[in-house]
Design a protein around this ligand. Structure first.
Ligand code: PRT
Ligand code: MG
Length: 217
């Protein structure tokens, strides 16, 4: 058997997901050797010899886990809805990195119109939302700074994540429709779930208990 066969690799992104996952990992006795915010390492060891972490872009986490390059990962529901669930299970809502997916625009923005132009990174979720309302829309795919699109006339509306609402406000925009609540999920590679079942099941149940105790405080 290869060395990796006995190891667990966890895929995480820097920033809020890493920060909020850290206490959940600590609750199951996993502590990274380095801080990804300052370290340039892409693979971080942990205090547990059979566990390491890969620190990658948030949108790449389901790709690594779906292909089995990582056994377990943490990804936002927004990212999972765009990526799809091929090769992975999504057994646990970690209730971290919470926000809302919203339609937003100028305060007087019309929701009617021949063919509203919607700028977003979340093309699947946006298409589904407007289709459910029977609205014909043109989806314009962006990779960042959606808030700019209505200001420069690229789109009528945007679909973006909103937490405090400050980013919208700072750009003269406001939330118009709530699409869904978003949080991050623990995801597991399907083959790893079978091959490393006892180890991953123990990790999952430990993290589940930590999520529950944190949310019952
Ligand atoms: O930054 P990068 O391009 O590498 O990837 P990313 O932006 O997907 O990663 P990251 O770390 O920023 O977000 C990871 C996950 O955190 C997302 O996939 C969401 O599930 C979750 N999350 C929670 C958020 C927010 N809250 C959030 N507020 N992701 C992004 N935002 C952004 C939002 O897009 C907007 O630009 O923050 C801004 C709004 O915040 P407020 O507080 O001003 O409303
Ligand atoms: Mg970001």
């Amino acid at each position: 058997m290869s060395k990796q066969a006995n190891k667990i690799r966890i895929a995480l992104s820097k920033g809020r997901i890493f920060k909020e996952t850290l206490p959940l990992l600590a609750a199951v006795g996993i502590e990274p050797d380095d801080d990804p915010e300052t370290s340039r390492k892409l693979i971080l060891g942990t205090n547990q010899p059979d566990v390491d972490l890969v620190v990658i872009r948030a949108t790449d986490v389901p790709t690594y886990v779906g292909h089995g390059a990582a056994d377990v990962g943490v990804a936002g529901k927004d990212v999972l809805l765009e990526h799809g669930s091929e090769g992975l299970y999504e057994p646990l809502d970690l209730r971290i990195a919470q926000c809302r997916m919203m339609v937003a625009g100028f305060p007087n923005a019309s929701m009617e119109g021949q063919r509203l132009r919607i700028a977003t990174k979340y093309i699947n979720s946006a298409r589904r939302h407007f289709a459910a309302q029977g609205k014909q829309v043109e989806i314009i795919k962006l990779y960042g700074s959606m808030e700019l699109a209505p200001i420069v006339g690229l789109s009528d509306l945007i679909v973006d994540l909103v937490e405090s609402g400050n980013t919208l406000k700072a750009n003269g925009l406001e939330p118009i429709e709530h699409i869904m609540d978003i949080s991050s999920r623990l995801i597991v590679n399907k083959a790893a779930w079978k091959m490393k079942h006892a180890r991953i099941k123990a990790l999952l149940e430990g993290v589940r208990a930590a999520v529950e105790s944190k949310n019952n405080e």
